[in-house]
Design a protein. Structure first.
Ligand SMILES: C[S@@+](CC[C@H](N)C(=O)[O-])C[C@H]1O[C@@H](n2cnc3c(N)ncnc32)[C@H](O)[C@@H]1O
Length: 213
């Protein structure tokens, strides 16, 4: 017998497959396996492309590159002259991202890839200088990255926090892990902040979107 949980899971899985994985996604998955990171889901990649297109992003920041799938998905939807600034603490992830974007024909003048800890690099970026900030290195630092992200966005800019459900742990009250608590705090901060409008999507492992008023 089908339980409400099974029906909900089937709908989620159906939505994840709305966009058929293409060459970009396949290539990024191979590179991600090589560098040992978990890439974003197919549904999340499609959502990022759509959000970048919706806000006609021209200047974007990505925190936590993995093998570059999110950066590539954002650039795919953004304006043709958009520039992507990507930050990752792991040099192998930065070079996998460079390889992926290069193989897709993205001009190097459209990317600025920085190896370094997000907390050290973010304060150097221009306040109110960006249309879109994507955060995917959060874990326990989610709240910290969130406030940096909001500072970097100009009014009307879009902030996206990936894995906002912390691998489906956030809705389970008994789970008190540091990363889960951090995501709960990040969600509450955005919900209570009158300077943004926000929505939580269950795509992938949770995509929390906020637009700065
Ligand atoms: C889950 S992966 C990101 C996946 C990626 N967004 C994608 O498109 O598939 C998380 C990334 O965050 C990076 N990272 C973790 N802590 C970091 C930090 N403090 N500063 C910068 N990058 C960090 C890791 O090296 C890893 O590449």
């Amino acid at each position: 017998m089908s339980t409400p949980e099974k029906t909900k899971y089937a709908s989620w899985a159906y939505a994840e497959e709305h966009s058929v994985p293409d060459e970009l996604v396949e290539r990024a998955r191979v590179l991600a396996a090589n560098v040992g990171t978990d890439p974003i889901s197919d549904g999340t990649a499609a959502a990022l492309t759509t959000l970048a297109a919706a806000c006609r992003a021209r200047s974007m920041v990505g925190i936590g590159l993995g093998a570059g799938l999110a950066g590539a998905a954002l650039l795919r939807g953004a304006a043709a002259d958009a520039v992507f600034t990507g930050i990752d603490a792991d040099a192998d992830c930065v070079s996998a991202t460079r390889q992926l974007l290069g193989s897709l024909g993205v001009a190097s003048s459209r990317t600025r890839l920085i190896t370094g800890k997000a907390t050290e690099v973010l304060p150097r970026l221009t306040p109110e200088g960006y249309d879109l900030v994507f955060i995917d290195a959060a874990g326990e630092s989610a709240v910290d990255y969130l406030s940096h992200g909001l500072r970097l966005l100009h009014p009307g800019g879009t902030l996206i926090l990936n894995d906002a459900l912390d691998g489906d742990r956030v809705p389970k009250p008994a789970v008190r892990e540091a990363s889960t608590q951090a995501m709960r705090r990040a969600e509450a901060l955005l919900r209570e902040d009158d300077a943004v409008v926000t929505a939580m999507f269950s795509t992938g492992t949770g995509v929390l979107v906020a637009v700065k008023r």
